[in-house]
Design a protein around this ligand. Structure first.
Ligand SMILES: Nc1ncnc2c1ncn2[C@@H]1O[C@H](COP(=O)(O)OP(=O)(O)OP(=O)(O)O)[C@@H](O)[C@H]1O
Length: 290
């Protein structure tokens, strides 16, 4: 499967056809107590073509969430540029789905899903049609009047997904949206996401710690290096769409891609662990001296 893996240096040259997201020289430094500076991301280049489902995997602390937050405009870059090539038709640039609850607890399922459209002043009939469609697609029609505290974790994530798609953003950003769910719910939601995404073919940047999830959902996977985070490798996922989550996992090629990603990741996970140990060691040393 090595023919699907491209070194990171090819990132900006192989995926330049009609990019929806263009990242150049992106770095992010954080000042932390003690006068230290953490470089979360270092000189990061990336093109995401229009309509691509890109997933990012990388060891803990390599800057995945920081990157997504910068894409969402919630953090500003220390250096470099982020460009989302967008339309001018009043649609939001992005919508984000997080790991935990990102819906409003005081609003019904319907109102949560309709929120972005209502704020934008979309005509009521269109809101009704769009929200109705995405609640149906996420299996929530019967729960339209329910409130988040009456729903399971999986159903709350469905509301987040329905809201994100209903809002029709230019790009969709998803930060480990299924990581808190049990295996069965995770598989169901992956299948639902695949189905909804197939309808819209939105440009998605998705973060996960699960290599299986990455291979199941994505067109392309970016493996990040341990901190400071950089693009280490790109792996194309050649499976045709629409995809069936279970059948996909039966294919011999699936295992080869999973192996390929793990081969890239292993070294970075070990590096990240050494970094974490090195951060703990001086503190321990200080403790013994007291
Ligand atoms: N606001 C902040 N202030 C200081 N340091 C920060 C801040 N946000 C992130 N960092 C640091 O930047 C680095 C990257 O963090 P980030 O959360 O982006 O990593 P990640 O790859 O998403 O990790 P994980 O997989 O564990 O969620 C970490 O060392 C983190 O401690």
């Amino acid at each position: 499967m090595s023919n699907t893996t491209a070194p990171a240096s090819a990132a900006t040259t192989t995926a330049t056809t009609d990019p929806k997201i263009r990242i150049r020289g992106l770095s992010k430094h954080f000042s932390v107590p003690g006068g230290h500076v953490v470089t979360a991301l270092d000189s990061f280049d990336l093109d995401v073509p229009q309509g691509q489902f890109l997933t990012i995997v990388g060891p803990s602390g390599c800057g995945k969430t920081t990157f997504l937050r910068m894409l969402a405009g919630l953090e500003s870059p220390s250096e470099g540029s982020i460009e989302v090539v967008g339309g001018t038709d009043g649609r939001p640039e992005n919508a984000m789905v997080f790991q935990g609850d990102s819906i409003f607890p005081w609003m019904s399922v319907w109102d949560n899903a309709a929120y972005g459209l209502t704020v934008r002043g979309v005509p009521k009939a269109q809101v009704k049609e769009t929200v109705g469609h995405y609640l149906e697609a996420t299996g929530l029609t019967k729960f339209a009047d329910a409130f988040p505290h009456q729903l399971s974790g999986g159903m709350r994530q469905r509301v987040s997904i329905a809201r994100a798609f209903a809002n029709d953003p230019e790009i969709l950003l998803m930060d480990e949206p299924f990581s808190a769910l049990d295996e069965q719910n995770k598989t169901l939601l992956q299948a639902e996401l695949l189905r909804i995404w197939d309808e819209t073919r939105k440009t998605v940047v998705f973060i996960t710690h699960s290599v299986d999830e990455a291979v199941t959902l994505s067109d392309r996977i970016m493996v990040m290096s341990a901190q400071p985070g950089r693009a280490k490798a790109f792996i194309d996922v050649p499976f045709e769409r629409p995809r069936d989550v279970l059948q996909l996992r039966h294919q011999p090629e699936y295992g080869e891609i999973v192996y390929d990603i793990w081969s890239q990741l292993k070294e970075e996970v070990e590096k990240a662990k050494q970094q974490a140990d090195a951060r703990v060691a001086p503190k321990r040393h200080g403790l013994f001296r007291r």
